[in-house]
Design a protein around this ligand. Sequence first.
Ligand code: IVH
Length: 706
Amino acid sequence: MEPIEKKAVSAAIAPGPLSDAAAEEMRRLEKDIERWNREYYVEDSPSVSDAIYDQAFRRLQALEAQYPQLASPASPTLRVGGAPRTDMAKVVHRVPMLSIRTETDFSAEGARAFDERVRNGLGLKPDDPPVEYVAELKFDGLAINLRYEKGVLVSAATRGDGVTGEDVTANARTIRTVPLSLEGPVPDVLEVRGEAIMHTEDFLELNRRQEEAGEKTFVNARNAAAGCLRQLDASVTARRRLHFYAYSLGEVSEEKGPFADSQEHSLERLKALGFPVADTRRICHSPEELEAFHVYVSQIRTKLPFGIDGVVYKVNSFELQQRLGFVAREPRWACAHKYPPEEALTRVSGIDVQVGRTGRLTPVARLEPVFVGGATVSNATLHNEDFIHELDLRVGDTVVIRRAGDVIPEIVRVVKERRPEGTEPFTMPAVCPVCGSATIRDEEEKDTRCTGGLFCPAQMKLSILHFASRRAMGIDGVGEKLVDALAEKGLVKTPADLYKLTADDLMALPRMGEKSASKIIGAIRESRNTTLARFIFALGIRHVGEATARDLAAHFGTLGKLEAATAEDCLEVPDVGEVIAESIAGFFASPGNRAVIESLVADGVTWPAPRAESGSEAASLLSGRTFVLTGTLPTLTRDEASDLITAAGGRVSGSVSKKTDYVVAGSAAGSKLDKARKLGVRVIGEDELRAMLSAGPEAGSQSNLF
Ligand code: IVH
């Protein structure tokens, strides 16, 4: 989605039927592109692939070149990036955040053309000495500007349209690798620019969790990073792990002299100040060396922990950069050399519709297996009905498959010329392909769902698997095959049925010996002792992931209170909005769900009573005290700290208020720490928490760590 320089064209075309058709097409393209821009930049939820976007963008550019008199003055081709979200505070960049020209020519010519432009721009002759460049990675994330005043992070903003970005200060503070303050002599004003990205592994894990909570998955790591950073609620950002890599400067005051005299020098200085800077970069003195870096990175690319979409070449010397200046919104001293995504052709042999735990229908394309981007691909998610319609994809079509930096293969485009006769457009089934219940479409979420609930075997089986999963009830040995076999025999219809199983039931299943059967029964029995938070999570309430389950457990304290809560009551829980509140209240209003819960409790599923009520000494040590966790603690994970506090009768809440007794802060603590200070809430570290856990609240020393 790089903006491409507009070509000056002089052709004047007389009005006529041809130009009418062109005008019509241009207006349609403008509308489509604007909508896609909004989906991509504002909603972080694109409905079309980059390739389809690029194709439309280029087509509009071509038409504007051919019919300049028909071009709209507000054409999306004139924009860099997207408009900021209207509901986020704006930040005007003191130095505009620009974009880099992309060499669309993927051959070695790209580097040569760039070097030539630079040399011409500097007025160098062929026998003048070579220009020094820095070749860097082109991160595939979201550009942000971090502003430090007197060494303290005061603001963070997205690029937005380059001039005005969105204020993401609270969110950026939750990124552990963003320094909150800088040590040593630094300029009074220092703006550091770089990319907020999500590592591939974290992206996959996030999508897994989203799926588990019945929520939308992200198309790629870039969208996930953007969605996560541009949250109105920074606690959501904090729960997802983002990284930051610095690569350039914004406004820098010079009261102590220049900060650096070259790109390489600035990166070294930033690194010394504690900013993450990618070590994969190279000083080059010729287009051949630039090209060699491009080739080298293409070879190690899959080993990088994050996605990149190319490399960036920059003139090293700041003085030369200044002399070269800018064309339109792009510097003459930098250029991006992207990697061609790996593509292959294959045929769609079918479109299957899968039903998820919360009833969401996901269409999946079955493909004739094809080797692309280092792996054999035989299916590709189609996300939702709209996605299929935008592609105009039909069974029998030949399609272009792409597996770029992203791990997930996508269908880019249909080769219409190869469409066989008699194909039909795809429609989402009106009834669930698994249980036959009616499906309904949620226009807002672009989703189709099965209304069968636990009556639907797909939802039923997945609910049981979720219930037994490691982070829920943690029952070892209850996997997909076992649940399938049990469901087939009618032995389990709800999670509660697991606790009614006997070793004999299991031994009647194919390939199940006595030893494994008794092991599984043992694991099921053991799982009965759990925590309220895990139990709530295990129920699989739509939109209730682990963190929300913990918040609910902390807020209500007992299952009875949660069951009796109205949607309004749930809204009082930190981080719970209307949609989640309705979902929770709706879940407990269902007699079927209540019966399952009753049966589970009757079969001995139990958890420690909250706070003092449990009577045991350990469980009352922190009774009545509310804690909020923030940042990374030296040895405890958040889950561990949270479990310890709850076990000692304390409550863990997601956000800081006047009612908070302690904020337990670790390194890279964010907005919660600020709020604690503002409200005068006591801030403690892990050591003090540990002391309190063994000897009660008075054990914490009175000193504030921060
Ligand atoms: S330098 C004036 N360096 O690519 C140039 N940008 O279109 C300022 N990007 O918005 C940018 N890696 O999000 C620069 N090593 C790198 C980069 C990089 C990724 C992104 C950035 C920018 C876009 C350029």
